[in-house]
Write a protein that binds this ligand. Structure first.
Ligand code: UD1
Length: 417
């Protein structure tokens, strides 16, 4: 177990390149199982979650080569239909292999998936969708078993626009007979990227990025060469780090349109944001005028739940009473307890936080409870002049490659210990 030690109060300056999106790379790597031909995936972030996905694919008997941010996957032969329990428990995104395995082998098995501690995170919507495509779901002692002699296109209405369920069902539908319509589908850019990857392999996917997606199954998929979209959550994390510390930083390789709402919210508070092509220039003062901010997370294009914690960390600096409402996950305010250790005044229940911004904060020892909560503690630490020690750095490194090194290159005082 390692920690990050942040000594804040230093302005950030320079430029930083945003990596490929974790949440696009993981389902795309899983989707490679659908083709017997090799696929190349580029700009895959060099993070722990990707290493786990590589281990998952290898455990299934698939050949995977990884060099830097390029991954080559050859799933001509798949030897297993069950993800080893330890890997499934280590990373919830392992659930993405279910759709492709079901489609390729007619069988997939898992124990209950692990992942971040942010609520129950069931997979009932994934399973109901598989059933709609003709699969049988069995709850057995060793976990959940899903079986299908053949998958047939169907109409599926998702009770909630779950990102993972939408992606798993698009993947299962890719090898199904006929057309599948997914209604109330997730519209996240990562869903669109997966659809683009599948299109490159020969699947017809229409409507990705809208609430209704149509997939026309294809008996056999081809090879593909795909570059993953830039990580919008990493983009937001760096932008909020600058807003928190103050300074002038240019974010390179991003898609500003993938963060609807965020830029305007920052501008309203006095942060200068210039979006130019695939770059965003952020200039932030050291102090903020009083404001009261309301944030409600929601499915895309709503405010991303994955940046709620980092945004709250930034709001600690803005004088005023702020309301943060988490509407996607039922238990995603774990960072509030840690912020309080830094002197923050926040009243919260499981889903709603009232944040009294502009209080004096001080350095203390805190702990990364989940990936984004951990990143939020770094964002908070950058505005505190004392020393903030963040335990469980490895949880942050599941989703960010070299976060400390990249912040140091911008002038931050952060070390890993
Ligand atoms: C993905 C992202 C995660 C992000 C989340 C919401 C990846 C690898 N992870 O997670 O970073 O925070 O989208 O933007 O892409 N739900 C059910 N039943 C299901 C599935 C989901 O009730 O079968 C509920 C969940 O408990 C949660 C909500 O739906 O409350 C959203 O979950 P979902 O969109 O599925 O998130 P993930 O795909 O797990």
């Amino acid at each position: 177990m390692g920690e990050f030690v942040v000594r804040g109060g230093r302005r950030l300056a320079g430029a930083v390149r945003i990596n490929g999106a974790k949440n696009a790379a993981l389902p795309i790597m899983a989707a490679s199982l659908l083709s017997k031909r090799p696929v190349i995936v580029r700009d895959v972030p060099e993070i722990r979650d990707v290493s786990v996905m590589v281990e998952v694919l290898r455990a299934l008997g698939v050949k995977v080569e990884r060099e830097g941010s390029t991954v080559v996957i050859d799933a001509a032969l798949i030897k297993e239909c069950r993800v080893p329990d330890a890997l499934m428990q280590e990373m919830r995104a392992s659930v993405f292999v279910m759709g492709p395995l079901l489609a390729r082998l007619g069988r997939t098995e898992i124990v209950h998936p692990g992942g971040c501690a942010i609520g129950d995170r069931p997979i009932d919507l994934h399973l109901k969708g598989f059933e709609a495509l003709g699969a049988e779901v069995r709850d057995e002692l060793q976990g959940t078993v899903v079986l299908a002699n053949r998958l047939v296109g169907a109409e599926i209405h998702l009770a909630f626009p779950s990102v993972g369920a939408t992606e798993n069902l698009i993947m299962a539908a890719a090898l199904a007979e006929g057309e599948t319509r997914i209604r109330n589908a997730a519209m996240e850019p990562e869903v669109v990227d997966l659809a683009q990857f599948l299109s490159r392999m020969g699947v017809t996917v229409r409507g990705a990025g809208t609430p209704e997606i149509r997939v026309v199954g294809c008996p056999e998929l081809g090879a593909a060469d795909h570059t993953v979209i830039p990580d919008r959550i990493e983009t937001a994390t760096f932008a909020l780090a600058v807003a928190s510390a103050g300074g002038a930083v240019r974010l390179l390789n991003c898609v500003p349109d993938h963060l609807p709402g965020l830029w305007q919210q920052l501008r309203d508070l006095g942060v200068e944001v210039k979006c130019e092509g695939d770059q965003v220039a952020i200039t932030a003062a050291h102090a903020y005028a009083p404001h009261s901010v309301t944030v409600n997370t929601g499915p895309y294009p709503g405010f991303a739940t994955d940046i709620q914690a980092q945004f709250m960390a930034f709001l600690l600096k803005v004088p005023g009473i702020h309301l943060v409402s988490e509407r996607v996950f039922e238990n995603r305010l774990g960072h509030v307890t840690e912020f309080r250790r830094l002197g923050a005044h926040i009243i919260a229940d499981q889903r709603l936080a009232v944040v009294y911004g502009g209080q004096h904060l001080y350095g203390a020892s805190v702990s990364a409870k989940d990936l984004r909560a951990g990143a939020a503690l770094v964002v908070a630490g950058l505005q505190i002049e004392g020393s903030t020690r963040i335990a469980h750095r490895e949880i942050i490194e599941r989703g960010y490659h070299d976060l400390d090194g990249r912040l140091r290159s911008l002038g931050a005082d952060i070390i890993s210990a």
